[in-house]
Design a protein around this ligand. Structure first.
Ligand code: ADP
Ligand code: SF4
Length: 689
């Protein structure tokens, strides 16, 4: 039963000509599927509608081939031939009584048009912001009329496809409408440049024309970045963000407001708290009678109620919380708050877009697998494949145990330590990563409701224990350890002389053993978050800290999850020295030798403690011991023993959770390694648009 305190979240909201059945609004978000994987996209959005989101939007839909984002996989609505793919999504969303929203976008000088080869168009002659050797051409008045017409045509197509909501999008510093608004991007001297009224002109025209074209049946909503966090150089909530809302206040049917660019809008939990956008967007409702949507990684229903009652928003916008738990609204509605799988704010979901691959999520292993594997986040079919033993209570083991438990199997889960969570228990103690404990907490919480799962702490398992356990199938989820010899992506052999220098391992630091002596050199060829965050730990402990990386920036892979700029800024502000383009070549007592990755030139720097963040080794000793006794398995009733998670191949937390979930889905089945284990979306050879 729902707690009456949350009734307000389930009130319907009128949005122009359509009605949302509650206040839960999945704002547009990328998913690395777009025009390339339309069935996957439709199924994923359909699950959100089933989970109770009253509005479910697309990712960006490019409206015209002169503004396309290849190689990134966004949606397309260039012409009618794109409609069947989008209609699938609309059907999937409508099937559960939700409204489908189409985010129409003309990217202007954010598009390099690498596929269409059309010169991009923007407010002025300017390099595109994508880093490609492509320059946008300043639109003349005829071009502007064309863009307006293309938007109207795309809106009409969206209406024909069945969308209930059509976006006019000026957010994220990625669209021509925001570029026209911005003094930084728009230095025109005609009626589209100069004063704010002139810079808003194109936005207003597109908005009015879209309403005129489809406003009878579709709500026409605006997405606007009301602050770019650039101070005087950009749009600000006190300045032109405020004035733009004031100028257009009653024109759209709803205001979807946020901060720009994308790295600010989707800032990770390492750098922002739930509700971090409130100070910027809270003015909007005072200027308009239309409903307002805002985002801020909201997962707490009490906070949701607060922001509605305080008049900050009318609808709870969410991308990441709806990815981590597509059934978040349903769970609040059914009074199942403990079942909400809260987003940890790690931004792995965003890396799908950055790497042009379908979305995945650390907390929700079914994300992106709804169509190709038929995985439903809330449904696990019952199994009678016999009792299971899971060794290891980290992300992989916990997920396997919970998911097998939901399959109604008898499960024993054994963990050697006195606490659950494996690596997340330790990593969540690092600065900014406290929310990562939710990976453990949600699963441990779920175990309480699964009497068929017996869980044991302080239970280090041996091969004898496993063979005496009575399990039919055994998963070994014993994790991994960080290497201390420097072997990794750039050093394929142990580093010369590493035994002569004082080494502090990543595992030492994760266990709270901070080096006693600086300078501390973090040698980071892993390139994800660990090197950067350990440098932060070391610097905050007052130690002189140096990061050595073979790349041009620290924590290079975090460019994909939008954290890199913040990480590097923070380290520089903490006084950390960064040696980029350097490989660690050799060590001597108190010093190390670095080599430039380009010239091969060598230099020596002082190093009292070396922390190699290079790669990990699986903790697979138990599995090897069991393998050596495979002839005893049948007598013990054991049919299979399988390594999963980091113990199989060390990876990111999302990969371990996924491995645990996959183990549970495939439990007891003979898997043919010659067969691709998922459906693929066919490209029909010979077919053409
Ligand atoms: P993953 O990310 O794959 O889940 P983790 O390293 O986070 O891996 O977790 C592995 C867990 O397995 C750790 O908590 C560790 O204490 C536990 N473990 C390792 N060996 C054994 C063992 N022999 N018996 C029980 N638990 C073990
Ligand atoms: Fe949240 Fe991380 Fe999942 Fe994205 S990947 S939805 S940030 S838990």
């Amino acid at each position: 039963m729902r707690d009456s305190r949350y009734d307000i979240l389930f009130e319907p909201v009128q949005i122009g000509p359509v009605t949302a059945r509650n206040r839960f609004y999945q704002v547009p978000h990328c998913c690395g599927m777009g025009h390339r994987y339309p069935q996957s996209m439709a199924a994923m959005r359909g699950i959100k509608a089933e989970g109770g989101w009253a509005v479910v939007c697309t990712e960006e839909l490019e409206i015209h081939h002169t503004a396309e984002l290849a190689p990134y996989l966004e949606g397309r609505i260039w012409d009618d031939q794109d409609l069947p793919a989008l209609e699938k999504m609309v059907e999937a969303v409508h099937a559960h009584g939700s409204l489908a929203g189409a985010e129409l976008v003309y990217n202007g000088h954010h598009a390099s048009n690498l596929y269409s080869r059309a010169p991009p168009l923007g407010p002025m002659h300017l390099m595109t912001d994508c880093g490609d050797p492509v320059q946008a051409r300043a639109l003349d008045l005829e071009d502007i009329r064309n863009v307006r017409r293309w938007h109207v045509q795309a809106a009409r197509r969206a209406k024909r496809a069945g969308f209930d909501i059509v976006y006019v999008y000026a957010g994220h510093d990625m669209t021509i409408l925001q570029h026209f608004l911005s003094r930084r991007h728009n230095q025109r001297t005609d009626e589209y440049g100069g004063s704010l009224e002139n810079r808003v002109r194109l936005f207003r025209e597109v908005l009015e024309e879209t309403k005129e074209a489809v406003g009878d049946k579709c709500a026409v909503v605006v997405r606007l970045a009301v602050d770019e966090l650039l101070g005087e150089d950009g749009i600000t909530a006190e300045g032109e963000g405020h004035d733009t809302v004031a100028l257009l206040a009653e024109l759209p049917d709803l205001w979807d407001v946020n901060v720009a660019g994308w790295a600010n809008d989707s800032a990770s939990a390492r750098f922002t708290e739930e509700g971090y956008q409130e100070p910027y967007i809270k003015f909007v409702k005072s200027l308009t009678s239309k409903p307002v949507v805002g985002v801020g990684r909201y997962t707490s229903p009490d906070t949701m109620v607060r922001i509605i009652k305080q008049g900050i928003v009318d609808m709870i916008g969410a991308a990441r919380p709806s990815i981590a738990d597509p059934f978040l609204p349903k769970k609040i509605e059914q009074g199942r708050l403990d079942d909400i799988r809260e987003c940890i704010g790690c931004n792995i979901c965003i890396t799908g877009d950055s790497t042009c691959t379908p979305i995945r999520c650390t907390q929700n292993p079914t994300m992106g697998e709804e169509w190709r594997k038929g995985w439903h986040p809330e449904v696990m079919p019952a199994s009678s494949a016999g009792p299971a033993l899971i060794v290891g209570g980290g992300p992989a083991g916990l997920e396997a145990a919970v998911s097998l438990g939901r399959r109604r199997l008898e499960v024993n889960l054994a963990e050697a330590r006195e606490d659950w969570g494996g690596r997340v228990a330790r990593e969540a103690k690092l600065p900014g990563l406290a929310t990562w404990a939710r990976v453990r907490d949600w699963r441990v919480g779920q175990l309480i409701g699964l009497p068929n799962v017996n869980s044991y702490l302080a239970s280090a398992m041996t091969a004898d224990d496993v063979l005496a356990s009575g399990a039919r199938h055994v998963a070994i989820a014993t994790g991994s350890r960080w290497r201390t010899d420097g072997v990794g992506r750039f050093n394929h052999h142990p580093i010369d002389g590493i035994a002569d220098v004082n080494v502090s391992s990543v595992d030492d630091m994760l266990s709270g053993r901070i080096p006693a002596l600086g300078p501390v050199v973090i040698y980071d060829s892993d390139e994800y978050y660990m090197g950067g965050v350990l440098a932060e730990v070391s610097a905050r402990a007052g130690l002189a800290t140096i990061v050595v990386t073979p790349h041009s920036v620290v924590s290079r892979w975090t460019l994909n999850n939008l954290e890199q700029a913040r990480i590097q800024t923070q380290l520089l502000e903490l006084g950390v020295t960064i040696h980029a383009h350097r490989i660690l070549k050799s060590c001597r007592s108190g010093e190390i030798e670095l080599e430039c990755t380009y010239t091969g030139r060598k230099e020596t720097i002082e190093c009292q403690t070396l922390v190699p963040v290079t790669s990990r080794l699986p903790e697979d000793g138990l599995w090897r011991a069991l393998k050596a006794r495979q002839n005893e398995w049948a007598d013990a009733g054991v049919r299979s023993v399988q390594l999963i998670g980091d113990a199989y191949a060390p990876g990111i937390i999302a990969a371990a959770v996924y491995a645990g979930h996959r183990y549970a889905r495939d439990y007891g089945e003979e898997i043919d390694p010659d067969i691709t284990p998922f459906k693929r979306e066919a490209i029909e050879v010979g077919a053409e648009f």
